[in-house]
Design a binder for this molecule. Structure first.
Ligand code: SF4
Ligand code: SF4
Length: 379
């Protein structure tokens, strides 16, 4: 049993009080939900830790990392919440899983050693990949499952995975794609299923080791954070270099040529890629390398970027929708014709908010940077 008071101390949760005003202004959830604030979490943690474990507040927090940013790295609300959720989950309290729980259930299933995934059926003839062993390994993550559950939400995650392999091929890289890759475990870890996460981590670490990979290239920011940081936290980490697809491409931009694309775009920093892994410049460098693209920044950008409104396929509600709509309106307010991101889950959630049948209408083109870059490749 985790003791909440120890976690309160470890993550400096009571220091929220000193920064309450700024935190309440910055927290994307507090901005739309008057019942929520980082201060309320801190007060409940202090006064009644048992009630905190049962409270919906711990599922409303997006674990977006902004608390840490605002308090100059002092208050780590994200990791505090992750640990409290573990206790909540062990005690039978859970968040509300979206899409009928399909995506979380699939991830739990993936954690069983008896489940034998086949993860390469989406690779078409245009893509050059290796099976088995090789220097470079491309991590596919949950893309095939997201597309199966939400085929109507474009750009599709698998379009992004295919685009990543096209870009790598153009740079002379034929990555290995693992037949037996499993979910990274991000969503299980952050919804309290530590046992499931560990099972996934152990199996994936062994599969990656057996591939002989020296460089692991990842598209999903959540998977990137998990493979690089959470695996290191739990199991000592992977014995290879890990990078995001945009970092790899940005490092080889001189070898690529893009067709002209006249559009005024803004870039949305995904929480796990920006605040989580410190990757802010690589996606912007790629956008600037595309002739005709005009990059404009939103007010809340880089380390102060807002969240896409929901995470871990849990607790998507009208507050999530308001956060998404606010972010898309922020993009429109700087004159952007498109919001570009590097996270297929951010793109899925934002596109969900732009559907004609969505709760409130908002118009914004949402693009995936990898798909955009690959579609403009010359030669
Ligand atoms: S981690 Fe993010 S969502 Fe959670 S309380 Fe802090 S700012 Fe709000
Ligand atoms: S915003 Fe995301 S989690 Fe919520 S319903 Fe849409 S696709 Fe599902």
């Amino acid at each position: 049993m985790i003791e909440i008071d120890k976690l309160v101390e470890q993550y400096n949760i009571l220091d929220v009080g000193e920064h309450a005003e700024k935190l309440n202004e910055t927290c994307p959830v507090a901005g739309v939900n008057l019942e929520f604030s980082p201060e309320k979490i801190a007060m409940l943690a202090k006064k009644d830790p048992g009630a905190l474990v049962e409270s919906p507040l711990i599922w409303e927090c997006l674990a977006c990392g902004l608390c840490r940013q605002v308090t100059e790295q002092r208050v780590d609300m994200s990791l505090f919440i992750r640990n409290v959720r573990e206790q909540a989950s062990n005690s039978g309290f859970h968040g509300t899983e979206t899409h009928g729980g399909m995506l979380i259930t699939t991830q739990r299933l993936s954690a069983f050693t008896s489940a034998n995934p086949r993860r390469t059926g989406w690779i078409n003839e245009a893509l050059k990949v290796e099976s088995g062993k090789g220097k470079y390994l491309y991590w596919v993550g949950g893309a095939p499952f997201f597309d199966a559950v939400m085929p109507e939400l474009k750009p599709a995650a698998l379009d992004s995975a295919r685009a990543a392999i096209l870009l790598l091929n153009k740079l002379g890289v034929r990555p290995v794609v693992l037949e037996n890759e499993r979910f990274s475990g991000h969503d299980l870890l952050w919804t309290g299923d530590t046992k499931g996460f560990r099972s996934l981590a152990d199996q994936n670490m062994l599969a990656i080791k057996n591939s002989g990979a020296k460089v692991l290239i990842v598209s999903s920011p959540e998977d990137y954070y998990t493979l690089a940081k959470s695996y290191a936290e739990y199991s000592g980490g992977l014995d290879c270099e890990i990078c995001h697809i945009t970092e790899f491409v940005a490092n080889h931009l001189s070898e690529l040529k893009f067709s002209e694309y006249r559009q005024r775009v803004t870039y949305h920093d995904p929480c796990r890629l920006g605040r989580g892994m410190g990757v802010y410049d690589a996606p912007r460098e790629i956008l600037r390398a595309i002739p005709g693209v005009e990059l404009v920044e939103m007010k809340n950008t880089r380390d102060y970027s807002s969240c896409c409104g929901t995470s871990c396929w849990t607790n998507c509600n009208r507050y999530s929708k308001l956060i998404q709509i606010n972010r898309l309106r922020e993009a429109a307010s700087v004159g952007a014709e498109a919001l570009v991101t590097t996270c297929w889950e951010c793109a899925i959630h934002f596109n969900c908010a732009t559907r004609p049948e969505a709760w409130r209408q908002v118009f914004m083109d949402v693009s995936d940077l990898t798909v955009l870059a690959a579609s403009l490749l010359q030669g």
